[in-house]
Design a protein around this ligand. Structure first.
Ligand code: FBP
Length: 593
């Protein structure tokens, strides 16, 4: 409906424009709080493609332990991965709980429970299937149970924006990508008044448990909320779910975060297409930046799938204490070497988070974080030039020098507001452009010195948002649905402060093992926004791990020769060897386990 028509409708019905109903499947569904026009547009009835229609009929495969009646098998008590004493003190009610596995049982729990669900942070393929899994499981446990979706992320809980998720709505979104069923957001749940505000709507809707589907930061919030409600004896359970395309929410208990599989397969398809174009025209160097705020898992996985000439791994840059100039020389050397054989073309993959891992820039960002946290107010009102001067005047000598040498756009981006979790918005920094400009300059220098004879023409790409809402691969469709069912079972069995997990994911789905891990088990203390905070430890690329070692074994050959592989699009139907194939990262990591 057009904006004008909406105003006319509200006038006729004598309602405020903020109370305009959500039109879903031709029916007016009144949200119970003020919503904005942008919110309304999310819920427009979907037009389905043929693929979507066929895909809707796909029934995700469940592990044996979740197929029928479910029994809880408890493991040993757990402890946090670091700073045990501090974490234990901060989470007295949710610390030390045992690991849980669901195994086939005799009788199912028949619990009356209403559940609220929140999608938090960046989109990741499969989020809708988590919600579908929760829905099917809570209805199976007791058909009177209700599922509510909080709208546009954790803020929906605090602002009381929600909708009941009925079978009609759920069926629209089975096996689809995106988070548009209820939307997502990055509001950080950390203050008591937010928890209390949330409780009001939880009580009003008679909700017994909230599931937060998110990455490391959002699950940290889930843990804090679980502890708060437990400490207050409110009887509200909080369960987390491991989401992020970045692949950095993994550890001994979480084999992979959902969305990584589909997103990397989508990027690998695009990179493969570029490689083929590159190998056909033989005249460009393609610089491709890939999402992944911090860790380089996405870049590494795409490299293993596509065999580009160069892939930079941030964790290695940090370990080797490399400067920006050394990275540029490494790329320029490979370009110059290929040029000696007449190959003036190639593909370079760059992880989005690289800039923070270059040690000198990392130190600068740490100081900037503290500076912006401390002096936020007096800095914000200054104009651009004055902000730069302010920063240069307040930084230590070493960091001021680094800041001064950065191109203005990059320096500016590093000095802007952090996201609500204190992260630099690295997706907005054009590292691919920065590196190719510097490589160009280096090659020009070498040309003058007679060390380089080729031609260098660069093209730039950034693949991030292109993959976050892709239709989930079979792996993510199954994995997410199982995570949703697992979350519902954790709730039915009275658990709180747990994250739903599914393990043994390189075996057939029947043999996957579903259960729960206490969130406190994954926590340690880290500095955020100038303060030490309990957070889930991020999993970076392990330089001793098999995926990186495999890459190192091959990379010199890939740099010299043209060894491109073109993976093609995700397949939903066909031989299992193609359709159900996991990522190389997961396969290599699980090889000996
Ligand atoms: P999550 O950690 O919330 O899953 O988000 C990851 C991510 O996709 C990063 O790869 C990227 O840097 C960031 O989100 C982009 O954030 P935004 O969606 O706010 O632009």
């Amino acid at each position: 409906m057009k904006k004008k028509a909406k105003f006319a409708y509200c006038e006729k019905k004598n309602i405020e424009i903020e109370d305009f109903p959500l039109i879903f499947r031709g029916k007016a569904v009144f949200l119970h709080q003020k919503i904005t026009f942008s919110t309304i547009y999310i819920f427009k009835e979907m037009k389905k493609s043929l693929l979507q229609r066929e895909r809707a009929a796909y029934q995700p495969k469940l592990p044996k332990g979740l197929q029928g009646a479910v029994k809880v098998k408890e493991g040993e008590p757990t402890q946090s991965v670091g700073d045990q004493e501090e974490i234990k003190k901060m989470f007295p009610n949710t610390y030390g709980m045992p690991l849980i596995e669901f195994v086939p049982g005799e009788a199912n729990v028949d619990r009356k429970m209403n559940v609220g669900v929140i999608l938090s942070g960046g989109q990741a393929p499969g989020g809708h299937n988590v919600i579908c899994g929760i829905f099917d499981a809570v209805k199976k446990i007791n058909p009177a149970n209700k599922l509510y979706g909080f709208i546009l992320g954790p803020g929906g809980l605090v602002d009381h924006n929600y909708m009941e998720l009925t079978a009609d709505i759920i069926d629209e979104y089975r096996n689809t990508g995106g988070f548009d069923m209820i939307g997502s957001g990055r509001t950080k749940l950390e203050k008591v008044d937010q928890f209390e505000k949330g409780l009001e709507i939880i009580r009003e809707l008679d909700i017994q448990a909230v599931v937060i589907i998110g990455g490391d930061d959002s699950n940290t919030n889930a843990c804090v909320l679980a502890e708060y409600y437990a400490a207050k004896n409110y009887g509200v359970q909080v369960i987390g779910c491991p989401k992020t395309i970045d692949g950095d929410l993994k550890n001994d208990q979480i084999e992979t975060s959902f969305g990584f599989d589909t997103a990397t397969k989508t990027y690998a398809e695009l990179i493969g297409n570029i490689e083929r174009d590159c190998n056909s025209a033989r005249k460009y160097w393609h610089f491709i930046k890939l999402m992944g705020r911090s860790a380089s898992h996405i870049a590494l996985e795409c490299a293993l799938q596509c065999q580009p000439n160069i892939c930079i791994i941030s964790e290695e840059v940090e370990k080797k204490d490399m400067s920006l100039n050394q990275i540029v020389e490494q790329i320029a050397s490979a370009v110059a070497d290929r040029a000696t054989r007449g190959d003036n073309f190639g593909v370079v993959l760059i992880p989005e988070g690289l800039i923070e891992f270059i040690p000198s820039i990392g130190r600068l960002i740490d100081e900037l974080n503290d500076l912006l946290a401390e002096h936020g107010a007096d800095y914000k009102d200054l104009d651009k030039a004055a902000q730069r001067e302010y920063i240069l005047a307040h930084l230590s000598k070493e960091n001021a020098e680094t800041f001064g040498t950065l191109p203005e756009g990059v320096a500016r981006q590093l000095s802007l507001d952090r996201d609500p979790h204190g992260n630099v918005q690295v997706s907005l920094i054009e590292t691919e452009k920065l590196l190719s400009d510097m490589v160009d300059a280096k090659l020009a220098e070498w040309k003058k010195e007679g060390k380089y004879v080729g031609k260098f023409a660069a093209l730039h790409h950034f693949f991030g948002y292109e993959g976050r809402c892709a239709a989930p691969s079979n792996f993510d469709a199954d994995y997410c649905y199982a995570l949703g069912v697992s979350a519902a079972q954790l709730i039915a069995n009275g658990k709180t402060g747990y994250m739903a997990i599914v393990k043994n994911t390189t075996a057939g789905t029947d043999d996957w093992k579903a259960g729960g891990v206490p969130i406190t088990m994954m926590m340690n203390m880290e500095r955020r926004n100038g303060e030490m905070k309990p957070v889930i430890r991020k999993a970076l690329v392990e330089l001793e791990g098999k995926p990186f070692k495999k890459f190192v074994e091959k990379r010199d050959e890939w740099a010299r020769e043209t060894c491109f592989v073109y993976p093609g699009p995700i397949q939903y139907w066909g031989p299992a060897s193609v359709c159900d194939r996991t990522t190389r990262t997961l396969a290599l990591e699980q090889e000996d386990k």
